[in-house]
Design a protein around this ligand. Sequence first.
Ligand code: SD4
Length: 344
Amino acid sequence: MRTRRDFLQQGFAGSAVLLTGQPLFAGSSGGKGGRVGNGGKPIVISTWDFGKQANAGAWEVLKAGGRALDAVEKGVRIPEADPTIQTIGLGGFPDRDGRVTLDASIMDDKYNCGSVICLEYIVHPISVARLVMEKTPHVILSGEGALQFALANGFTKQDLLTAQSKKDWEEWLKTSHYQPEKNIENKLYGKEDDPMPGGPGNHDTIGMLALDAAGNLSGACTTSGLAFKMHGRVGDSPVIGAGLYVDNEVGGATATGVGEEVLRIVGSHLIVELMRQGAGPEAACKEAVERIISRHPGKAKDIQVGFLALNKRGEYGAYCLQKGFTYAVRSQDEERMYDGKSIY
Ligand code: SD4
């Protein structure tokens, strides 16, 4: 029997055909072919190469029949605790004042969400975000208040600035001409051989989406944000709808890269709404990337943004501005890395 949703989706696709002569999301809705995957369920996907280890943690929960929410929390805690990953949790690059300030968000299968912004001294901001979601009447806690809440709930305070990240920051300070009044963060990324924000050598934010055996979706996103950002700067990752969005009727999406551009288009929510209208995950991500380009064509050429999406059927896809964005997939059938397709 056709549901109202099926009817609306077919109606939408049908009218797109009538208006343009071609389906609006041609070749993308079925999740077959190209790099649009159909992993079925359970499945977990996440951003960047370190997504593989994170997926392994999430998979332990999923394969045992556990909840997607528990899986994504467990999964992203792995890079959060890894001091060699310099854009998440412990050992994350500090801001330009030398402070490691973390952002994280989490969303379950019932539109519950929680987030922390500019949280210092706590290795696992994702778990604090989950507690905000489950134990408070609020969605977001920031700064001192987030830290106070974490400490009151048994998290321990720890210095997150590792010797390596301190060294990198001090190196940056030598050449940066520290000028808080100028918005120069985006030019200051990383190593000479990998100057692109979001490039593989900069190992960005982890965004993770999971669909469990019961067919429920959840997502998590955690980061130290752009390296050497202004103190207090907030990117997309802790903003529900920008860095992460999950609608258990449709699918979920997450983002990585220059958060300011993701915020401007509320990227993850846009992708979920496009999927609601019939787009496959890859086509929806591509549309969001194109939206960024249409807003700032000049700037889009020099920055990286990558989107990743998973729908209710376990189909997944990604799209990014520049080459170099990778994502990891783990399901019953596969455990592998993919290169996100890119515009440039
Ligand atoms: C931010 N989107 O804070 C995050 C960081 C990131 O590639 O993903 N950088 O803007």
